[in-house]
Structure formats: structure tokens, C-alpha cells
Design a binder for this molecule. Sequence first.
Ligand SMILES: Cc1cc2nc3c(=O)[nH]c(=O)nc-3n(C[C@H](O)[C@H](O)[C@H](O)COP(=O)(O)OP(=O)(O)OC[C@H]3O[C@@H](n4cnc5c(N)ncnc54)[C@H](O)[C@@H]3O)c2cc1C
Length: 386
Amino acid sequence: MNIVIVGGGFAGIKTALELGNKQGFEITLISERSNFEYHGALYRSGTGRSPLEVVIPLRDILKRTKNVKFAQDKIVGIDANKKRVVSETGNIYPYDKLVLAMGNVVNYFGLSDMDELSMSLDTIGSTIRLRHKLKDLFRSPAKSVRIAVVGGGSAGVELAGELDHFAQLVAEKYKTPAKKVEAVLIEGSDRVLPSLLPQASKKALTRLQKLGVRVLLNTQLNLCKPGKACLDSGDLEVDLIIWTAGSHAANFYANHPRLFAMERGRVKVDQYLHASGHTDVYVLGDNASTPYSGMAQTALLDAKFIATNLLREQAGKSPFWYRARKPIYAVPIGPNWAIIQTPTKIISGLRGWIVRRRADLAIYRNFEPYKQAIKTYRKGNHLADF
Ligand SMILES: Cc1cc2nc3c(=O)[nH]c(=O)nc-3n(C[C@H](O)[C@H](O)[C@H](O)COP(=O)(O)OP(=O)(O)OC[C@H]3O[C@@H](n4cnc5c(N)ncnc54)[C@H](O)[C@@H]3O)c2cc1C
């Protein structure tokens, strides 16, 4: 069976690894970047830690497989009748089964110029640019720095909680007085971490306030001007705006409206994760409109699910139905502290931090043998050359 997988992230790589040593499968993994990126560690790279805990070369991950070919390419078109996808360089990839796992892109909700007026934390490239900008601000002669972080989901909360600590690291390294950092976290709903339970949100809020983060709830950011965050409650002078407020499925899908139906910015899928009406096309991970889409754990679950069904199909068995699984939320807020929400309990503080770091290691174990995973994990203990 000729399987083409588009996207070298959690879902795409996991699918390739699950099928990569099985007989009867020829797999081509196509991704626009040559590396896997662990987004859960981006906030750490943005605030001084080594980017080597975020980035793992795909060729290193795939070398354990026998029948996976890797192509660095960007897919822009699909012909579902002829069963092939086409890349921006004109390469054509025919398939028997197509697995689409292209991840999300930043959503500015139509706020014009926001991409130019703010910085983001969505790829290692944007994160390193952000780190440089933060370093410059923290080294500047100004006595204080005000940073607006838009979005009180996990990415915004994680980042806001580390800004003051990074200012101290910069001051130590460059032997300059530490800046007073005023981090302002702007959230449109009535609590931070709105996907978690209200008790967890409350603990997170208390922790953020203890770290000196000013949290503005029920507050929307409207059109912005350079140096200003324009809020419902009035304009706020800021040195930097960081946008973490939303994402939607890769633009590829919206460009093919006759093939893909969208709901809530994601692709509608049936009970087998087929793009509705297309039994040879699977959509996984952040791209699929499933109950817990938007989490790495869901992307991994989706990959295992469709790999199992493809093996069953090859063996002439009927496919399983997809069953969403509640993820475990693990959100670090400032040094050595995290909040964990499992289906049965909430843990916070240093214990939570230890659980979160174990979860980081478990993520690497999906893609690397134990010793290599430990090495990647330990890279996160080192500071970047900022
Ligand atoms: C800042 C941040 C922090 C996060 N923290 C956590 C966390 O702590 N825990 C958690 O569970 N989840 C977290 N997430 C979410 C998690 O990263 C995603 O749910 C997960 O990456 C989804 O996996 P995926 O395979 O669907 O997409 P991705 O991992 O995003 O992979 C998509 C891949 O497709 C490639 N691609 C895109 N378009 C094309 C194209 N046209 N052609 C070829 N290749 C293409 C991309 O380059 C990328 O390699 C976080 C996300 C962010 C942004």
C-alpha cells in the first residue's frame, strides 16, 4: 500500500513510525521543514533555553524505519480523483492512502497588520526572533519594560510566567541592572486556561499574580498601533505585543473547499478520521475537528488509530471507530512550577513541575530511543547563546 503522509509533526511522524517497519507498506513522508519541532518547549526557547530541545532532525527519527522515504517539500494541491498531491515545486506524489497532518497556523481573527505589529511563538524561527527581541528590550537603557501577551491559553500563560525570569538571566549575563518587567496577559474570556476546569484556572491565576503578571480578563485586543495595545478598556503603551491568541488549520484546506468541509477552523472528519466523503484521505492532529484536537497527545492518538486501521484494512478486517480521549493538561507557569489536570485530579507546584518534565521526556520517547531521548531532554537544561 502506497501511503503519502503530509506533515512532519506529531501526527505525521507517529504514523510513519507505526507503519514504517510493517510489510506491505511503502511510505513517503513529505514535510516543508527538515526537522520535527516540539512546540511544548517553545516558551522555554523563547526565554533563554536551548532550541535543541525543540528541534529534532527528521532523518534521525526516521532512520529506524525500513520503508519510509522523506521528501522536504511543500504540498499545495490535491487531485482526489487521480489520487495524487502536488508540491509548490511541481513534484507529483501519487498515493493509495493520503494522511494529512499539516498542523495549525496563527489566526489573527482578521485583525489587520497584527502579524507586523506583534511577535508570535509558533515555530522555532518565530521563537528565536522573539528571544532576540526580548533580550534587546531587557538590555536597553529603559528602567522598565511592558510586554502585552495576548491569549490566556497555555502558550500565553507559560510565556508570561517566564518573562521576569528571562530578564534576570539577561541582567546576569550582561552584568546590567535587572529590568522591571510588567507582563500584561490579555484574555477575552473570564478566566485563564479556559480549556481547563475552573479550579485549575483559579490556581493558575493566583500563580501568575504571585509572579507579578497583570492579568486582564474579559478583555479584547482590537486594532493596534505601533507601541500601543488598543483594548476595550482603553489604550495601553507597550514595548512589545506577543500574540498567542489563536490558530486555525493550515491554509491548504481552505484552498480546496470542494474537498474539505471546515468547522471551528478545522476539517470535518467522519468516525474513521476520513475527510468527509473521501475514504482514501485521512486528516489528523490539529487539522481534524475532533473533541480534543490542538494537543500533542491527541495528534499521537490519531496517528496510532489510523495506523491500526490501515493494518486492519490490509488484513481484510473492518476498521475501528475513533474514540477521543481526554488529554492530561500540564502547564508550567514560571520556574519549577506547573499545574496538571488529569481526568481525576489537579496537582500544582513543584510536584506538577516534576510531572510536566516527565511528560516532556515521554514525548521524546515517542520519536527517539531511550538514551537519545534523555540527551534531547537534557539539552533543555542548558541556556541558549543569547
Ligand atoms: C506554543 C505552543 C505550545 C504548545 N504546548 C503544548 C503542550 O504543552 N502540550 C500539548 O499536548 N500540546 C501543545 N501544543 C500543541 C501541539 O504542539 C500540537 O497539538 C501538535 O503539534 C499537533 O501535531 P500535528 O502533527 O497535528 O501538527 P504539527 O506538529 O504542527 O506538525 C505539522 C507539520 O506539517 C508541516 N506542514 C505544514 N504545511 C505543510 C505543507 N503544505 N506541506 C508540507 N508540510 C507541511 C509543518 O511544517 C509541520 O512540520 C502547543 C502548541 C504551541 C504552538
